[in-house]
Design a protein around this ligand. Structure first.
Ligand SMILES: Cc1cc2nc3c(=O)[nH]c(=O)nc-3n(C[C@H](O)[C@H](O)[C@H](O)COP(=O)(O)OP(=O)(O)OC[C@H]3O[C@@H](n4cnc5c(N)ncnc54)[C@H](O)[C@@H]3O)c2cc1C
Length: 274
């Protein structure tokens, strides 16, 4: 990456004006992903001086995670460890090593729309919206569907406070590797949410299985097996050098069964993946 000029705005208005002034002007967050690209950037817009983008704040009805919050801060946050069995910090704790997590931001991960993102999968299964400077509030699913991505600044990730339980599984070959498949399941008073990521494309909800599960009075073996069959039918899986479509299908079925049994049987604070 080559940056002709590095600017450090102190307000969002100034940052957005700079971002939209030239096609090559680019926001820089942790810079870890951008650093590996061969792009030339006319103006690199460093967001580190905008304090409103940093940190995790608990409000009456929501938890706000500023887009410049590092992955380590989220991993250590006590409120998030209790939220839906802690699936967001659990997923983040499995991304590379501490050094990277101290640098990389949640905003940078979301805006990169990585197929392998370990963050997109749990966020799609949580009651979550994204707040942008120009576009306002978007649901996470609306953001994923936005093509091409509009030039804008992500301000915060907003998690609605609800009593819910969750399960997250990242399947990978080695500790520091990208995921072969990610799966997140949650249950709250509105029903079930099921998101599959690293398919290898970006995460998506298994909507038919979610609706079916949410309508069932009890979760028995027959219901769980039928929901897994529905997810396999409607979630598009594919091949890449990490795994074949057939292997991903077997993993999806296995971890969906384990996740649903886990949600059915365990105490609400236990979200640890098995
Ligand atoms: C070696 C390595 C291994 C990794 N392994 C994994 C992994 O296993 N799982 C995983 O999920 N992730 C992984 N990542 C990706 C990482 O989690 C981040 O997604 C990535 O580094 C981007 O975050 P950043 O803060 O470095 O953003 P940058 O590199 O600074 O920015 C990335 C993109 O987001 C844009 N952007 C950043 N912040 C904003 C904002 N607030 N508003 C608008 N646009 C913005 C930038 O303009 C740029 O286009 C890995 C990264 C590296 C370098």
């Amino acid at each position: 990456m080559n940056i002709d000029n590095l600017v450090k705005p102190t307000s969002l208005t100034e940052a957005y004006k700079l971002l939209t002034a030239d096609q090559s002007n680019t926001v820089i967050a942790g810079g870890a992903w951008l650093k590996m690209s061969k792009r030339t950037i006319k103006n690199g817009i460093d967001l580190t001086a905008i304090n409103s983008l940093k940190g995790i704040k608990e409000e009456a009805d929501v938890i706000r995670i500023g887009s410049m919050t590092t992955l380590s801060e989220i991993e250590r946050d006590e409120t998030l460890k209790q939220y839906y069995s802690g699936i967001l910090p659990q997923a983040i704790a499995q991304i590379m090593g501490v050094g990277l997590r101290n640098l990389v931001t949640i905003g940078g991960n979301i805006m990169s729309k990585h197929g392998f993102s370990d963050i997109a999968t749990p966020l799609l299964a949580l009651p979550c919206t994204l707040e942008f400077h120009h576009q306002g509030i978007l649901s996470f699913a609306e953001f994923i569907e936005q093509k091409p991505l509009k030039k804008d600044i992500l301000k915060a990730i907003i998690l609605e406070k609800q009593d819910g339980r969750g399960y997250f599984k990242k399947v990978k070959k080695t500790a520091l590797d990208f995921a072969i498949l990610n799966l997140a399941l949650t249950k709250d008073e509105n029903g079930f949410a099921l998101a599959i990521g690293s398919r290898p494309s970006i995460a998506m909800n298994a909507k038919e299985a979610e609706t079916y599960l949410s309508q069932q009075p009890i979760l028995n073996d027959t219901v769980i097996k039928k929901a897994a069959t529905m997810a396999l039918k409607h979630v598009k899986l594919g091949d890449n050098p990490r795994a074949s479509k057939a292997y991903r299908s077997a993993l999806l079925e296995t971890y969906m069964l384990r996740g649903l049994h886990h949600l059915n049987q365990t105490n609400p604070q236990e979200g640890a993946s098995k």
